[in-house]
Every structure is written in C-alpha cells, then in structure tokens.
Design a protein around this ligand. Structure first.
Ligand code: AHM
Ligand code: MG
Length: 356
C-alpha cells in the first residue's frame, strides 16, 4: 500500500514520489456517509469525536513517563481493578468527547459503575460502549494498550425531548451494533473499525499530520495459523476440555509441528496480531472466574464484530456465537475464543467431543 510520501515503488532519497491522494479516516467516513442517501451525518460526527479521543489518549500515553502519568490513581473501578492515572484520564477524555459530540445519548465505560446518560441531548441517537484503556496493567512497562468501542443506534421511540432512557436500553446483543473497533497504542497508534455488514479497515496515526491514514484496507483474517494466545497461568483452573484443546496444540502428534504461544496480556494487542497473522485468542471462563474475565458489552462484542467481519469466528465458553449474547448487566463478563475460522472450529469440535 502506498504511503504518504511514496508511490509504492520505493525511490532514492530526495526523489520521493508524493502521494497526494491520501485516505484519512475523516475522508473515509465522509465517503461511507455519501453511500447512504438517508444518512444524517450524525454517525460521522460521532466518529469524529471518537477519533479525537483516540488521538488525545495516544498523546498522553506517549508522554506518560515524562509528565508523571504513570502509576496508580489511588482508586479502583467498578470491577475492583486498581485504576491507573491514565485510566482516569482516558475515561475523562472519552466522556468529554462523547458529551460534546451531542450525538451520544448513553455512554457505558468500564471505568464507570453506572451508564452515563446525556439528558442534555435527548434526541442523540447513539449509545457508545467503551473500555477507554484496556490492558492498563501493562501501561507502566510501555506495553501496547488500547481503547475498545462499540456503537449502538437507539430506537426512535425512546428518543426526543420529554423521553427518558435507561442503562437497560443498552443491554443489547452485539448483533445490534452499527459499528465497533479499537485503537491500539503501540509503536504507532492503529485504529481498526468495522460497520454493520461492512469490511474491516485499519488506519495508522500519522503524528505530524495528526490524522489516521488508511493503511490496512479490507483486512481479512487468514483462515488458519498455528499461533495461540492465552494466559496459560490459569490452566489449573480450566475445564478438562479447555486443557485438552490447548494440549492438542502443543502436542499435535508424531511428525507435526506444535503451535507457537504469543500472549501480550493486552486484549487489543493480542487481537490486533491475531487479525493480521491469524491464530486464536482466548480468555476462557474457569473455576476462578466462572463467568470469564472479559466484559461482554465493551470488550467481547466489539471484538467479535470485527473478527466476524474479517472472516473469523468468535464464541463464548459455551461455544455460543458471542455476538448473539445479550448481557443482563452493563459490566457482565464472558469467556471468549476468537480468531481464524479453522482455529476456532477446532475448539468447538473439542468442546462438542467432551460435552457429549
Ligand atoms: P482490564 O480491562 O482491566 O485492562 O483487563 C482486561 C485485560 C485484557 O486486555 C487482557 O486480555 C486480559 O485483561 C489480561 O488478563 P490476565 O492478566 O489475567 O492475563
Ligand atoms: Mg478492559
């Protein structure tokens, strides 16, 4: 893919071929909006607010060690995790961006016990769910972290002046999302986004321009790859079938090569690698966390939508399609297996064998 200062053919220093036809996220969103004649532009404006929050979070993460933003904030969030200073800042940036967009009616954040209802915008049509900084236990070590988000469109009959919405209005299965994605803050900031019924597109933040540039159009998950990504330290808590599945990858039998293990411990970074290279990412439910660790609404469902739209599969620990799972509470958790079609099929087959 040709970059900003490159036509894809290389070229000597000083003879750079400048590509003037750059697809920024802003341009991409405008072009998508034009394809839908009845679009009002509200979704595009909401996404502009989202991309500003990603750029701001990326900026603060890059500068964290320099401006005393590492370490704990001295509080814990709704699920009992210690909050890092950047968790708090990321959450505040997100809330402010969603509020000021005037297009967000309900915001669910991992860092907020209750859903935030923006009554000042009674006609705003969207509900946004997010984990502002996922993997934040990795932050101080400079390991990649990310923001995960999902967007739901609310039904018209609950919107408008004089009407009220409740947190329960966002307890929807992932199939109801109109868009989802994540931004990974790593060596560069990578934003991956998908829309209902659409493809998956990846953008890289170009810091000088301050723009996300389309660098990974139409991402397709390889159908198989011998890589597994799981916290194996939990294996003593796993079910028999979960252990049997991972053992079969490590000891595949005479003459066959075992799988490679890759586990960063940041879902966004592990998922991004899996999207690019293929393989499987898992956080199974186990006897220590019978409901799983990762949150359905703002971690599992957005990732499941991305993986399905890129040609992969995403299921929970009962092998149900993750996108069909309806949470009962905004912070509900689930076991998760997502990745290449053939790899996830192997765990489904193992489960069925053991559960029969
Ligand atoms: P967080 O939302 O508190 O950051 O926790 C979610 C993270 C995921 O990014 C990652 O996949 C998982 O927790 C790692 O958990 P563990 O340390 O148990 O392997
Ligand atoms: Mg998280």
């Amino acid at each position: 893919m040709a970059g900003i200062g490159d036509n894809g053919n290389g070229g000597a220093v000083g003879q750079e071929n400048i590509n003037p036809d750059i697809v920024t996220l802003t341009r991409f969103l405008t072009e998508e909006q034009v394809k839908v004649p009845e679009a009002t532009g509200d979704f595009t404006l909401l996404c502009h607010a989202l991309q500003f929050s990603f750029k701001s979070i990326a900026y603060f993460i890059r500068r964290a060690s320099l401006i005393n933003l590492t370490g704990l904030a001295g509080s814990s969030n709704t699920t009992g995790d210690d909050q890092k200073k950047l968790d708090v800042i990321g959450n505040d940036i997100f809330i402010s961006a969603m509020k000021s967009s005037s297009k967000c009616r309900i915001l669910v954040s991992e860092e907020e016990e209750e859903a935030i209802i923006f009554d000042e915008h009674p006609s705003a049509r969207y509900a946004v769910v997010c984990d502002p900084i996922d993997g934040s236990s990795n932050l101080d070590a400079g390991v990649s972290v990310g923001t995960i988000f999902g967007i739901f469109k609310l039904p018209d009959d609950i919107l408008g002046p004089g009407k009220s919405v409740k947190a329960e209005d966002v307890l929807l299965p992932g199939t109801e999302m109109v868009a989802s994605g994540f931004t990974m803050y790593g060596a560069s900031a990578q934003l991956v986004i998908t829309m209902k019924g659409g493809g998956v597109n990846g953008f890289t933040l170009e810091n000088s321009l301050g723009e996300f540039i389309l660098t990974h159009p139409n991402m397709q998950l390889p159908p198989k790859r011998a890589i597994y990504s799981v916290n194996e330290g939990n294996s003593m808590y796993w079910d028999e079938w979960t252990n049997a599945y991972f053992d079969s990858l490590k000891r595949p039998g005479e003459g066959m090569k075992p799988y490679s293990a890759r586990y960063i411990g940041s879902m966004v970074a592990d998922a991004y690698r899996t999207l690019l290279y293929g393989g499987i990412f898992a956080y199974p439910a186990d006897s220590k966390s019978p409901k799983g660790k990762l949150r359905i609404l703002y971690e599992c469902a957005p990732m499941a939508m991305l993986f399905e739209n890129a040609g992969g599969i995403a299921v929970n620990s009962r092998m149900e399609r993750l996108l069909s799972v309806q949470p009962e509470h905004i912070h509900d958790r689930s076991g998760v297996f997502l990745g290449s079609k053939d790899e996830v099929q192997k765990i489904i087959d193992t489960y069925n064998k053991y559960k029969k």
